[in-house]
Design a protein around this ligand. Sequence first.
Ligand code: TYD
Length: 227
Amino acid sequence: MSETKVSAGLFITLEGGEGSGKSVQCAKLCDRLKQHFSELLTVKTREPGGSPGAESIRQILLTGETDRWLPVSELLLFYAARYDHWKRTILPALERGGVVVCDRFFDSSIVYQGYARGLPESFFDAIHKIFDEAEKERCFVPDRTYILDIDPVEGVARSNRRISSVEVKEDRFERINMEFHQKVREGYFDILRKNSARCKKIDASRSIEDIHEDIWEDAVELLARHH
Ligand code: TYD
């Protein structure tokens, strides 16, 4: 990925397995950023989804039988949604100097479709090359990624409690077996090892407030360095 592209705005992603509490942390981080830096454009978004086209793809990705999609089709659907999301939501906000906080991004694909479903690294290199060449303005790699780590047994149980209370169940991934979720966790550990400057591990077994304080402290420091 080219290092020479200009960097405007700040792109933060949150990652983690099922029930790690990413969505709550995205919301808390954004709310506090808006409160403390009212002049700053803050955009909260998520994957799969985050733009109208990508939200349509979300529906067909997250519902139905666990084997609804072949791994390669699934990967391409995630990236089709991602490119739309990147071009139509994330990039415009970054170009305006904003902070974008995104619930999952490409590390999720590397972990879920790569480590857990077994697709090779070369697939990701190839797709990232397409992204890189299609996008001359800015590198799509996040400035900071918080990886919320939790034992999958606890995480999936938390996630299932939440799902049982909603009507439309986007639970195609939660229903996959525990071995899959263990692989997801291992995948994130590997990403942490390989991207130690970008990624930070956050112990997600603690209280919502404790987790938030860790993220907040780091994000504010990052913002101060960036602007
Ligand atoms: P979601 O309902 O957003 O759950 P969560 O709160 O865990 O983020 O569902 C997203 C699901 O999609 C989740 O199980 C992870 C999976 N996923 C992938 O497999 N690959 C990807 O690239 C992304 C973005 C998500």
